[in-house]
Design a protein around this ligand. Sequence first.
Ligand code: ZN
Length: 79
Amino acid sequence: MDLKDLDVLAKAKCMECKRVDSVEVNAANWLDYINNNVLVQKMWPDLGTWDREVIIGCRTGFYQCALCSSLLESQAEEA
Ligand SMILES: [Zn+2]
């Protein structure tokens, strides 16, 4: 089996609301990303910002979903 034919699901859990987001990525790309410290934007240039955040969150364990992130931002503006 070729890893290039396999997709894996990268999941990240939001630190605030505990919701889990996921992105499907190619397994070969994922291993390359993990093992060779390739930048997310270089590995998946076509993915949207939040899909990339999920991938980073899956790797680092730190993730904040788009909703919580925008909520916190608006709170910061009010303060
Ligand atoms: Zn959240």
